[in-house]
Design a protein around this ligand. Structure first.
Ligand code: ADP
Ligand code: UDP
Length: 253
């Protein structure tokens, strides 16, 4: 009895944002099946301790609207391609999870009958309560948005306890740590600090959404093995971005 209490998770329901690049592995492009298997293992561990897992998946490993525009395409067409890329990633992620015997639903913001289920937030919540992983793809369904914004939006809609942004750096820094090796990492920040200092880890639309709806956000390194489970069990990974009240109250996020 004491043992199960010890391992009871810190969160009941999470929204995990996986960037497309996270699926690409060392290649930096496409989908690496070994990465899918590793991710499935980590997500399965969360399901195993009773966490309800919603996932928003990116598409940057395949197409990004802004990059296609730079190459000469119409921006809206490019964004549509980017959103379709997230559907491909979602299909691959669902396949990997189901091969690991993790019951999974794939819901798309853009209707695609016969391939994926159309997103409906009430159905999504029902599936989550039922212990199924729900992958949300096609972003918000609209051009000029990002899957980071989609993650915050879906997190708010499904009343997640936290949005977890899995990325390749281990938190939010005072400058881009990839470009500036002197950059210093923050443990905690308020939404206003991120907005005022224009810290580039996430687009500002996403940060505004979280701020306006009091949705705590944690940025952490997905390449660190076991980081996700450690977070669920109360460990301190990455950077917490939260409102001042949540800061002061030392909320569970
Ligand atoms: N202040 C900052 N703190 C942390 N990361 C930052 C910051 N500014 C820019 N970044 C960059 O943001 C990236 C994280 O965003 P992510 O969505 O995973 O990548 P991408 O935008 O390439 O899809 C990191 O790889 C990092 O280089
Ligand atoms: O609501 C959305 C979400 C995504 N996209 C498009 O899909 C691409 C892939 O998403 P994103 O760049 O956020 O993926 P990630 O960086 O997480 O891999 C974006 O560049 C956009 O072109 C979009 O138009 N609307």
């Amino acid at each position: 009895m004491a043992k199960s209490k010890e391992r009871s998770p810190r969160y009941n329901r999470i929204l995990l944002k996986l960037s497309g690049e996270a699926l690409a592995g060392d290649e930096g492009f496409g989908i690496d099946p070994r990465v899918l298997d590793t991710l499935s293992l980590e997500i399965g561990q969360l399901v195993g301790i009773g966490v309800q897992v919603g996932i928003v998946i990116g598409g940057g490993n395949l197409f990004r609207g802004a990059a296609l525009q730079t190459a000469g395409l119409d921006r809206v067409a490019g964004d549509h391609m980017g959103m379709l890329a997230t559907v491909m990633n979602g299909l691959a992620m669902r396949d990997a999870l189901e091969r690991s015997n993790i019951r999974t639903r794939l819901m798309s913001a853009i209707p695609m009958s016969g391939i994926v289920e159309h997103y409906d937030h009430r159905h999504a919540i029902r599936y989550l309560k039922n212990g199924e992983v729900v992958i949300f793809c096609a972003g918000t369904g609209n051009p000029f948005f990002t899957t980071d914004s989609a993650a915050c939006l879906r997190g708010i809609e499904i009343s997640a306890d936290v949005v977890l942004k899995a990325t390749k750096v281990d938190g939010v820094y005072d400058d881009d740590p990839v470009k500036n090796p002197e950059a210093r990492k923050y443990d905690r920040l308020t939404f206003d600090q991120v907005l005022d200092s224009k810290l580039g880890v996430m687009d500002l639309t996403a940060i505004c959404l979280c701020r306006d709806h009091d949705m705590p956000l944690r940025v952490f390194n997905m390449n660190k093995q076991g980081a996700l489970l450690n977070l669920m069990l109360g460990g301190n990974e990455g950077t917490l971005v939260a409102s001042e009240v949540q800061e002061a109250g030392s909320e569970t996020a």
